[in-house]
Ligand binder design. Structure first.
Ligand SMILES: Nc1ncnc2c1ncn2[C@@H]1O[C@H](COP(=O)(O)OP(=O)(O)OP(=O)(O)O)[C@@H](O)[C@H]1O
Ligand SMILES: [Mg+2]
Length: 251
């Protein structure tokens, strides 16, 4: 099972969601691999690990999946770290007109019998690599902030996904849109949530994750919310997402 976290809008909680979900599922006993396709390389930092050109080496074919996969010091959670060279890989691949199924092909050795789990974090940009990350996915999660411009970013991901269904016969599905940085106090949050439900259907909108300073601290300290504040509100909110995803997985 491959789960891609995507939104071309920056700073909407993609990396936080990818890292939190990956570690949450590992804690639930699932062997989980986190793949960082963003040249910012923040998955490694969020786990307190060093950035490396792992994704670059994998994409350009100079190292195998096993060679670029790192342990994280957390049971059942592995990481393929990235860094700014991921952007170079994208340029190289574009020049070679790579196939859209490149990510799934590269990950094949990690998915024996389809039982293992890969979470892909993506960059806040549009491009063929982002498209390939969506194409690889069995499930897509779209985090979004709840401000007035939020819907726009979500619409673009949904358009890309619909085009993949139509033109490439993509067989994945969108698990949902995850409202992040939610704030009960502002009208903007509530109004945007209503807008999202009206535009995309209430069934596609996941329960929101509130704005929480502790999530920012986690990122800065290289700890996941399960390590830093397991009984906090954001931990409970992300636990809901972990259970939803776990429902899709073979037991
Ligand atoms: N619910 C939240 N409340 C408060 N801060 C948050 C929340 N979610 C994430 N953050 C913080 O906001 C910043 C942006 O989050 P994150 O890096 O997850 O977004 P992103 O979509 O991956 O960004 P980019 O598009 O640059 O990759 C980080 O410092 C993160 O720790
Ligand atoms: Mg990110």
């Amino acid at each position: 099972m491959i789960i891609t976290i995507a939104n071309q809008k920056g700073g909407v909680g993609k990396t936080t969601t990818a890292v939190t979900l990956a570690h949450g599922l590992a804690i639930q006993g699932k062997d989980t691999l986190l793949l960082d396709l963003d040249p910012q390389g923040q998955c490694a930092s969020a786990l307190g690990l060093v950035q490396e050109p792992g994704v670059f080496n994998l994409l350009v074919g100079v190292q195998t999946l096993a060679n670029v996969t790192r342990t994280t010091g957390r049971p059942r959670l592995a990481l393929i770290p990235g860094n700014k060279r991921t952007a170079t890989a994208q340029v190289v691949l574009n020049a070679e007109e790579f196939k859209l199924d490149i990510i799934r092909q590269l990950l094949r050795p990690a998915l024996p019998g389809g039982l293992n789990l890969v979470i892909i974090d993506t960059a806040p940009s549009v491009g063929r690599l982002q498209e390939a990350a969506l194409f690889a996915a069995d499930l897509v999660i779209i985090p979004t902030t709840v401000d007035y411009l939020a819907t726009e970013g979500v619409v673009k991901v949904i358009h890309t996904v619909n085009a993949l269904v139509k033109r490439q016969n993509w067989r994945g599905s969108v698990l949902g849109i995850l409202p992040t940085f939610y704030d009960n106090v502002t009208r903007e949050s509530q109004q945007t949530l209503d807008d999202l439900q009206r535009t995309f259907g209430a069934e596609l909108i996941l329960p929101p994750v509130h704005r929480a300073t502790v999530l920012r601290e986690c990122g800065a300290e290289g700890k996941t919310i399960w390590e830093k504040a397991a009984s906090s509100r954001p931990a409970k909110e992300y636990a809901d997402l972990v259970w939803r995803v776990a429902d899709y997985l073979p037991t």
